[in-house]
Design a protein around this ligand. Sequence first.
Ligand code: SF4
Length: 346
Amino acid sequence: MKTKKKDIRALTLEQLRDFFVENGDQPFRGNQVYEWLWRKSAHSFDVMTNISKETRDILEANFVINHIKVDVMQRSTDGTIKNAVRLYDDLIVESVLIPTKTRTTACVSSQVGCSLDCKFCATARLKRMRNLNPDEIYDQVVAIDNESRLYFDRPLSNIVFMGMGEPLMNYKNVLKAINKITSNEGLGMSPKRITVSTSGVPKIIKKMADEEVKFNLAVSLHSAIDEIRTSIMPFNATFTLADLREALVYWYHKTKSRITYEYVVWKGINDTQKDVDALVNFCRFAPSKVNLIEYNPIDDGKFQQASNQALDMYVHTLERNGIVVTVRRSRGKDIDAACGQLANKS
Ligand code: SF4
């Protein structure tokens, strides 16, 4: 239920310390509460046992903790877990835990619905309702970290922003969440284990480069030919491949970080030699890696996975040109948790 009280986790540590000083208490009380809120992921003020009852009552009177709630958890036969996550205003987003032999990856959402309209993506059919707050992104990660410890006996090892939404359309909050995830007051994770996957918003890619962010960048490319890319990702008409490439060149010169491209090969859309040649050309300016992702149909059959021959052609051509390539099988298809399938169907 929506409440008029302020979400205490929207406050910085400094603001929290100031709050206690203004209320006649010591500033370090702010540090204690901050630790409960972030490192210990407290869902209520009552559990803050080193804080007096009187102080907890003051907190209760002024603030709420808008914690997310995992409404439904589904487990795939391959071990993948999908969480339907309820937000404070009853909207729902989804996040996914993907286990492999050596790592556990969280795929998290950054928006409710999506601002973009990629034709192959189930999320695109949901209207964008709002951006997620930093704490709502952080909480998805904590929920998956807990599930990883419970079901796989190990902490979460990696995070990808590939769930619902375009993370660079909510850049400010995504960055705040990542700062919290990587800070010692949060989860203390290395930024090198975090990948932000974008459809390509040139202005923000340049901003990230200027800010010298330490996390990885992946671009959902899917075609290096404007006409084709615009037909499957209409926003490409505004943010063209030339603009995207210019931003990526800028990114590489500033960060010297390899760029990963996410790429699906569809039958009759981008499965010819001309398509792969354009991709090779597009990647040439910097060390690149291409993830060829298996496609998961989202119902109308317009987009179908290309043949194995077409995939082989991509792999051979990319390798011959010195571009690292991996073929990624999708996980969690039976629970609609695979790439492009997140659409609040659980
Ligand atoms: S692929 Fe990503 S950016 Fe495109 S509509 Fe789906 S969620 Fe949005």
